[in-house]
Ligand binder design. Structure first.
Ligand code: ATP
Ligand code: MG
Length: 424
């Protein structure tokens, strides 16, 4: 029969790769804990309307990338393409926003129907960080410093650049929008089709266009920064001053607008040149209007999300992988029904007495020779060998698998202590 394959762009994470993922996820989770951030989990499916209303109708994600379908009741549902909208929905619905400050994070798969390539998948994974209730640049700076510390702990700082911009308040953006439309209106015949369409619906997104001809037109376009009102400027200056005081370098990128509609004021991206076209590993910004837009009370908010596939690729590219851990410290070898039965309980007793030691039990039988082969492959330092006569005398053999130590006969009641001493 023909084999059923996975969906294109939706990868399996295999056992050889999962240690890297666990290292990455646990490093991020530990760091976030040190900053007082708490985890939130929400569903992978939401009502389509949630993403349309938050991300914006005229964005790549909503126009072309969402996995949307009707369920059996005829409701339109969408596999989450990102986490911010769901996080806001969950927090508002559960009363976490009113008169409260929140520092939160989440991790999990996101879904976008894009062209799969290196660092770009249809099911990919993000860790997102969102904060609510804080309107000043201090929390923007905290988030950025937190991410910078993460790169340091992962050993990838050198390869990452912080790009920073302010896209101002919605009022400043409205003034700028008109200036941009007036400017680009003169070159309608030279704009790509997407940008032409966006000239009416969402002109700021044109700044983000990847079409070289459009980018060339933008070289002389008005710059958003010149249109910022006093408050937007003060917020951005406050953020820059804090990053300067902390000694964190950044590059001002006046064209950075981000592909989602809900952002205002601060936007930032961490980018690398080490991964080709998929160079953004982490991106975020302020979205003070979103909670209200989704039906809640006005609530200042700022957050970011990092793409875990791209971070894994970067760790691999930079050779910043964690030390591989062996599968086992101790491997238990036994042949014959009686010894195999005893082996199981000896393994359990050892795990009771020494919870820090990895004990791998030979299952599935096999000759001594084949069991020792598996023992060696497991990376174990010691083998515990069960033989019938020795067991009858209440003893087992402990054989060093690395180095040139001698095999020892050890009484069962001494085994846990002996193993502990032999390993340390
Ligand atoms: P890009 O410009 O690369 O399409 P984006 O602006 O659409 O990215 P965001 O929505 O800001 O991405 O998501 C935050 C992060 O999630 C990105 O910086 C990236 O690391 C990761 N990411 C986004 N889309 C994908 C994808 N299809 N596959 C893998 N990672 C992704
Ligand atoms: Mg994208």
């Amino acid at each position: 029969m023909a084999r059923i394959q996975s969906i294109r762009g939706m990868n399996d994470i295999l056992p050889d790769d999962s240690p890297l993922w666990q290292y990455l996820e646990s490093t991020v989770a530990r760091l976030l804990g040190r900053y007082g951030y708490r985890e939130i989990r929400f569903p992978i499916l939401e009502q389509t309307e949630l993403f349309k209303r938050s991300i914006g109708e005229v964005t790549d994600i909503v126009e072309k990338e969402m996995y949307t379908f009707e369920d059996r009741n005829g409701d339109s549902l969408t596999l989450r393409p990102e986490g911010t909208a769901s996080c806001v929905r969950a927090c508002d619905q559960n009363g976490l926003l009113h008169n409260q400050l929140q520092r939160l994070w989440y991790a999990g798969p996101m879904f976008r129907h894009e062209r799969p390539q290196k660092g770009r998948l249809r099911q990919f994974h993000q860790i997102g960080v969102e904060t609510f209730g804080m309107s000043g640049p201090d929390i923007d700076a905290e988030l950025i410093l937190l991410s910078a510390r993460l790169w340091k702990e992962l050993g990838i700082s050198e390869a990452l650049t912080l790009e920073l911009n302010s896209i101002g308040s919605s009022e400043s953006r409205a003034t700028y929008r008109q200036a941009l439309v007036d400017y680009l209106g003169q070159f309608k015949d030279q704009l790509d089709a997407d940008s032409l369409r966006r000239l009416d619906s969402n002109p700021l997104r044109i700044l983000d266009s990847k079409v070289p001809e459009t980018q060339a037109l933008l070289a002389d376009a008005p710059v958003l920064n010149d249109y910022l009102d006093e408050q937007s400027k003060a917020h951005f200056d406050g953020l820059c001053a804090r990053l300067d005081a902390a000694g964190l370098a950044y590059t001002l990128n006046p064209k950075l607008v981000r592909g989602l509609d809900y952002y205002g004021l601060t936007v930032f991206e961490w980018t690398t040149t080490a991964l080709g076209a998929q160079g953004t590993v982490c991106a975020g910004g302020r979205y003070d209007g979103l909670v209200e837009q989704l039906g809640g009370k006005p609530t200042p908010a700022v957050g970011f999300a990092m793409g875990l596939e791209r971070l894994c690729l970067l760790l691999e590219t930079l050779d910043a992988l964690p030390e591989p851990a062996p599968l086992a410290d101790v491997y238990i070898v036994a042949t014959g029904e009686d010894c195999e039965v005893r082996a199981l309980s000896i393994a359990e007793q050892l795990r009771d007495a020494q919870p820090g030691i990895k004990v791998l039990l030979n299952c599935g039988g096999g000759s001594f020779k084949s069991q020792f082969k598996k023992a060696d492959k497991s990376g174990a330092v010691l083998a515990i060998v069960l033989g019938e006569d020795e067991l009858a005398a209440g003893r087992v053999a402990v054989k060093p698998l690395r180095g040139d130590g001698e095999q020892q006969s050890v009484a069962l009641e001494e085994l846990a202590n002996y193993i502990e001493n032999a390993l340390h």
